[in-house]
Design a binder for this molecule. Structure first.
Ligand code: CP
Length: 310
């Protein structure tokens, strides 16, 4: 399989392609603001298969496809019955005869991989248990808008679980020469194989990967702090045990005082206000860029479609 024909994991894309995608996203955003959208996808359709809940991703892919002149089609996982009513292979082959691309939110990364393997259309990972590449691209766009295109040496400090969002932000950082720091309780680090996947890119781009188990130590030198829920979708059973370890990893005004004065904050959303981030930080729109990042989901994903659909 040619992985560059899909967006399955961000580490499959080159740094140049990521920067090109961010440039396209910024252009598409300004076209919408000027009321002159490109109609590149007239007559084209994407399928949207979501096994997990969503506000931002499901809305922005649909609005984005409409803005580009194409049409999204919502596919109902219950009705399709993947691997129950029908095999992944047959679903992928049939969908490839009707639509031009497939956007998938699922539990297991292996599902997006199989859909890409068996079908002949681009597959876009809209979040799996392992990765969230669309979120990372929207974050990259937000960083370029804030700090300019050369992000080398900027430091992203992810405070929370070493989860799918952390994996994709780590990949983005490695590709663009940023430093990526994870601050998490002991035992909640990213998997060794995920880190190893990114180390060659860090070496090539000059970025650095670090892990701290003390959030106060981690924020020194940060350009941006990144927050996410402590309990990811599908981990609800682990809530009580996990939450107790994460209490010191809340982004609040006290923690922010230990970061450099220019340091910004963001969150992939949805946020559990009062848990991983306080109301006071969420509502401080001088430093909190999460709504810019949410807006950029729309444009970054249009740029992904621009790159992949022909
Ligand atoms: N950040 C994100 O993916 O939001 P949704 O889960 O609402 O799509």
């Amino acid at each position: 399989m040619d992985r560059s024909k899909h967006l399955l994991r961000l580490c499959d894309w080159s740094g140049n392609r990521i920067i090109d995608t961010i440039r396209i996203a910024i252009r598409l955003k300004s076209e919408i603001r000027e009321g002159k959208p490109s109609c590149r996808f007239a007559g084209k359709t994407i399928g949207m298969f979501f096994e997990k809940p969503s506000l931002r991703t499901i809305t922005t892919f649909q609005v984005g496809m409409h803005q580009l002149g194409g049409m999204p089609v919502l596919l109902d996982p219950k009705s399709i019955g993947i691997n129950q009513r029908e095999s992944v292979k047959d679903i992928a082959r049939c969908l490839s005869r009707w639509i031009d691309g497939l956007v998938v939110r699922c539990f297991e990364q292996s599902l997006v991989e199989q859909l890409a393997e068996y079908g002949s259309i681009p597959v876009i990972n809209a979040l799996s248990d392992e990765y969230h590449p669309c979120q990372a691209l929207a974050f990259g766009q937000t960083m370029v808008e804030q700090f300019g295109e050369d992000l080398r040496g900027k430091t992203v400090v992810f405070i929370g679980d070493g989860n799918n969002v952390a994996n994709s932000l780590m990949a983005l950082s490695a590709k663009l020469g940023m430093n990526f720091t994870l601050a998490c309780p002991k035992g909640y680090e990213q998997k060794k194989e995920e880190i190893e996947l990114c180390l060659p890119d860090f070496k090539k781009s000059g970025g650095e990967y670090r892990v701290f188990n003390d959030p106060k130590e981690a924020v020194a030198g940060a350009d941006i702090l990144y927050s996410d829920v402590w309990i990811s979708m599908g981990q609800e059973g682990q809530k009580n045990e996990k939450q107790s370890h994460f209490v010191p990893f809340q982004i609040n005004d006290e923690l922010l005082k230990l970061a450099p004065s220019h340091c910004k904050v963001t969150h992939c959303l949805p946020a559990n206000r009062g848990e991983e981030i306080t109301d006071s930080v969420m509502d401080n729109l001088q430093i909190n860029l999460c709504y810019e990042e949410a807006e950029n989901r729309l444009h970054a994903q249009k740029a992904v479609l621009w790159q992949l659909l022909h």
